[in-house]
Design a protein around this ligand. Structure first.
Ligand SMILES: C[S@@+](CC[C@H](N)C(=O)[O-])C[C@H]1O[C@@H](n2cnc3c(N)ncnc32)[C@H](O)[C@@H]1O
Length: 274
């Protein structure tokens, strides 16, 4: 079932306005399939019927969050782009812990939790083997479904393959029923992470403490240049001078005038005098 051109424009406009996610014409098949999931869930027959509901006062209350769940791309992995975690322990933590012993991290666009839990494992390991640091990790996403999975912290065995063996042993708990092939993040790692729902399009993020490190990886790729620039400016306001911003492998701030200097591919540092 395919959205008509007009229906596609209407839905892609709402997705752009609410989430900043751009949906060019080439995404019509993808958006149709994703919105269709909601039609099925609501036992509706046509996109028109769904649109009427979505744009009604009741739909605006009850349905928008479900629409966000289906239109966002939540692909993620433990230890995704592992070079970032090497850079974190080799360069970022030594530089930051020279000044302070308590650090704040933000996994912005955390999806189902693999990124903030990776951070929590890497930081805990650093604390046990290198230096006694204190840290907390804020992890936010717009998708309620992704956040539910993140809070549950249960993953299938194939999802934990990228986690190095010593980390698996220390920080992951295998289900007693081995045939279930499930693993849960250990409580001491779960406790390092606070999850919250946050839309990057909001004017005020409600975050009152500045961050030492922001991971916002594989998120801005879905935004247009203008939205990317606005968002990165907001991140700069939430970053301490000398703090670090990590982006995804195919994301760059090229041509955007910001108080950031590039310190490694896709890793930026906020200039100290800002
Ligand atoms: C592809 S995942 C990236 C997950 C993780 N950072 C990584 O690199 O593996 C992108 C995430 O950004 C979230 N996202 C997209 N638009 C958003 C918005 N406007 N506000 C907050 N989160 C958003 C999605 O829900 C999704 O979970």
């Amino acid at each position: 079932m395919m959205l008509s051109k007009q229906e596609f424009e209407r839905f892609s406009e709402i997705v752009y306005r609410h989430l900043g996610i751009k949906m060019p014409g080439g995404k019509r098949t993808m958006l149709s399939a994703r919105v269709h999931k909601r039609l099925r869930a609501l036992e509706m027959e046509t996109f028109q019927e769904y649109a009427d509901f979505l744009f009604s006062p009741e739909g605006q209350q009850a349905e928008l969050a479900h629409l966000y769940d289906v239109v966002t791309t939540n692909k993620t992995d433990f230890f995704r782009e592992p070079g970032h975690f090497t850079y974190l322990t080799d360069a970022v933590l030594p530089a930051l812990t020279e000044r302070r012993a308590a650090l704040r991290f933000w996994s912005a666009g955390c999806s189902s939790g693999e990124e903030p839990y990776t951070l929590a494992m890497v930081l805990s390991h650093y604390r046990e083997t290198q230096r006694d640091i204190r840290f907390d990790i804020l992890a936010t996403d717009i998708s309620r479904k992704a956040l539910d999975l993140a809070r549950r912290a249960v993953y299938r065995e194939e999802q934990i393959v990228p986690v190095p063996a010593p980390f698996r042993k220390k920080y992951l708990l295998r289900s007693r029923d081995r045939s279930a092939r499930l693993t849960r993040i250990a409580p001491e790692i779960r406790r390092c992470v606070t999850f919250g729902r946050l839309n990057f399009m909001d004017e005020d993020f409600g975050i009152r403490h500045p961050m030492d490190v922001i991971f916002c990886r594989n998120v801005i790729i879905y935004f247009d240049k203008w939205t990317q620039e606005e968002l990165i400016r907001k991140f700069c306001r939430h970053l301490l001078p000398g703090g670090f911003l990590f982006l995804g492998h195919s994301e760059s701030l090229h041509g955007i005038d910001l108080p950031l200097t590039q310190v490694a591919p896709t890793i930026y540092r906020k200039v100290a005098e800002e």
